[in-house]
Design a binder for this molecule. Structure first.
Ligand SMILES: [Zn+2]
Length: 315
């Protein structure tokens, strides 16, 4: 059965008037409740990452800065990354929950996990929080799979409309964690993710970037996504697939918008599920990143979870 992680704790990261706000989770919850899909899932508890475990991915001052600003009552970590008094603790819970999802899947207890957490993580680099992201949840999850579960190879699929620059930076020189990102082409935020960013050293070829121009049609986008996934699987046969699941490529999204409909996220999920079934007994950990139109976000997560849960029901 699919395990789903959602908790009101993640609404306590209070960003005020900001696109990445707590109402996002309320919109997802409402849509999931109405869908009936929660009956097909087990709920998992929140886990809190020990601050020292951030060091697997981040320099010490990344945590120190977030902790200091939160302890002072809140403020900005960069121009668009806001923290409130609770944000440091909530960010540790977000990362810890994604790490626990890896434990649930790698132990064989559950085949797929969906983590509806915030703050998001894929822009957080080894040396700084940025782009609404405090700590890099998926990078910490990949490290957990590698270190604790002895997974040989991980594939991270990032379909958030923004390039996952932070995740790319963490693994740029490594071959064991392959990073595949499809996103709106630079100079769109964060300005990275050109096709010629392919990794370096031992990691050369293990970073796959598919930049998509604004105005690309849905069918063309889905074909680009499928082609990029195929290229990624030619590089690695993963023991686990982690999805940086942003839903801001939806046509209604006020921040991103690549013209997708909610069902397109179902189609992409199916492709990733098929890849996971072939490579790694279906093991998938999906982690919420962006998505800023409440109704579109809710509808898109429903399509995503519908496909994830149908995989387990087919066993
Ligand atoms: Zn995004």
């Amino acid at each position: 059965m699919t395990i789903i992680f959602r908790d009101t704790l993640f609404t306590q990261h209070d960003t005020g008037r900001h696109p990445e706000n707590a109402a996002r989770l309320a919109a997802i919850d409402a849509a999931l409740t109405a869908s009936g899909l929660l009956d097909r899932c087990t709920s998992g508890p929140v886990s809190v990452l020990a601050a020292k475990d951030l060091l697997h991915v981040h320099a010490a001052d990344v945590a120190q800065k977030a902790q200091t600003v939160a302890a002072a009552g809140g403020g900005h970590l960069d121009a668009d990354t806001v923290v409130s008094a609770a944000s440091y603790d909530v960010a540790l819970a977000a990362a810890g929950t994604v790490v626990a999802a890896v434990d649930a899947v790698m132990s064989g207890k559950h085949r797929e996990a969906l983590c509806l957490i915030r703050p998001p993580g894929h822009h957080a680099t080894p040396s700084r929080s940025m782009g609404f992201c405090l700590f890099n949840n998926v990078a910490l999850a990949a490290e957990q799979a590698r270190r604790v579960h002895q997974a040989g190879r991980i594939l991270i699929v990032d379909w958030d409309v923004h390039h996952g620059n932070g995740t790319q930076d963490v693994f740029y020189e490594r071959a064991d964690v392959v990073f595949y990102s499809i996103h709106r082409a630079p100079p769109f935020y964060p300005g990275t993710g050109a096709a010629d960013e392919v990794g370096s050293g031992k990691g050369r070829g293990a970073t796959i970037n598919v930049p998509v121009e604004y105005g690309t049609g849905r069918q063309a986008y889905l074909q680009l996504f499928a082609d990029g996934l195929e290229r990624s699987l030619a590089v690695t046969k993963p023991d686990l697939i982690i999805i940086s699941a942003g839903f801001d490529a939806h046509r209604l999204d006020p921040v991103g918008n690549l013209g997708l409909e909610a069902e397109d996220f179902g189609a992409m999920t199916k492709l990733v599920c098929d890849a996971a079934a072939h490579a790694c007994q279906g093991r998938i950990v999906s982690c919420l990143e962006g998505g800023y139109h409440p109704q579109a976000l809710g509808a898109s997560v429903v399509e995503h979870l519908k496909v994830l849960t149908s995989q387990s029901m087919n066993i």
